[in-house]
Design a protein around this ligand. Structure first.
Ligand SMILES: [Zn+2]
Ligand SMILES: [Zn+2]
Ligand SMILES: [Zn+2]
Length: 258
């Protein structure tokens, strides 16, 4: 399986508009981070995780010409608001794409994207809307997605819940603040862990900081751990030096084989 980090920034992205901090003005390309997105490829099939605002740019950068399915972690804008860019695939190739979403977010996204998911969705003659079939799931479901078997876990995320999964030797956890105790056996021992981390220091109410993410990596006895959903308070090179062995910062465009 191949994993490509399409976007590794927190909801503001980096550089943050108007910010003149050292990271936002850095020359290191690894300090430029678009909003969260991942691509998983296995057996020639492609699964996109999240549809962030920069989705078109990410798909072009990663030379993606087709997708087989999409998994949405939760309904926050930084994970969803690029969804219209999927129209390029479904219009050109004339196929419909399954979009997997937790049932608790179905109504919210049908309302927000009523022009293609609403009850009277339609497009004017000669125009197109994304051809997306919503498929809902529940916490702890096992899903067959693009030929991959995903074990889904809901993670507390402040007042909300963000959904991640284990697939083979990989676990993906984004926008989590807590790992439910009863999910630990399911996630333990993965060779690769992708997990969200905002910064060093004071705890955030809805996201792990770096210290908490490292602690989760230990608790899950994970192999290599990649931190994502990073803020401009973290400089890539600096983070690389400070992190313990086995924990690394992800960066946009980074590809790994699992
Ligand atoms: Zn987010
Ligand atoms: Zn900044
Ligand atoms: Zn979120």
């Amino acid at each position: 399986m191949r994993l490509t980090f399409l976007g590794t920034g927190t909801s503001f992205g980096i550089p943050v508009p108007g910010c003149r901090c050292a990271v936002c003005t850095s020359d290191d390309p690894r300090n430029r981070r678009t909003r969260h997105g991942l691509l998983l490829e296995d057996g020639g099939r492609k699964l996109l995780v999240d549809t962030p605002p920069e989705l078109r740019l990410q798909l072009v950068a990663a030379s993606v010409d087709r997708l087989d399915a999409v998994f949405i972690t939760h309904a926050h804008a930084d994970h969803v608001h690029g969804i219209d860019d999927l129209r390029a695939f479904t219009t050109r190739a004339g196929y419909r794409l399954p979009v997997f979403l937790a049932s608790e977010y179905e109504q919210e996204l049908r309302t927000r994207f009523a022009y293609f998911w609403g009850t009277d969705a339609r497009s004017s003659p000669g125009t197109t809307v994304p051809g997306l079939d919503l498929v809902t799931f529940e916490d702890r479901d096992r899903l067959e997605v693009a030929g991959m078997e995903l074990d889904v876990v809901a993670f507390p995320h402040g007042w909300f819940r963000s959904y991640g999964f284990r697939v083979g030797d990989l676990a993906v956890i984004v926008d989590a603040k807590e790992i439910p105790d009863d999910a630990v056996p399911l996630l333990r021992g993965v060779r690769v862990l992708v997990i969200n981390a905002l910064w060093y220091g004071h705890p955030h109410p809805t996201h792990f900081n770096v210290e908490e993410a490292v602690e989760v990596s230990r608790r899950l006895e994970a192999g290599t751990t990649y931190l994502t959903h990073l803020t401009h308070r973290l400089d890539h090179a600096d983070l690389e030096e400070r992190l313990p062995a086995g924990v690394k910062p992800a960066s946009d465009g980074l590809t790994i084989e699992i």
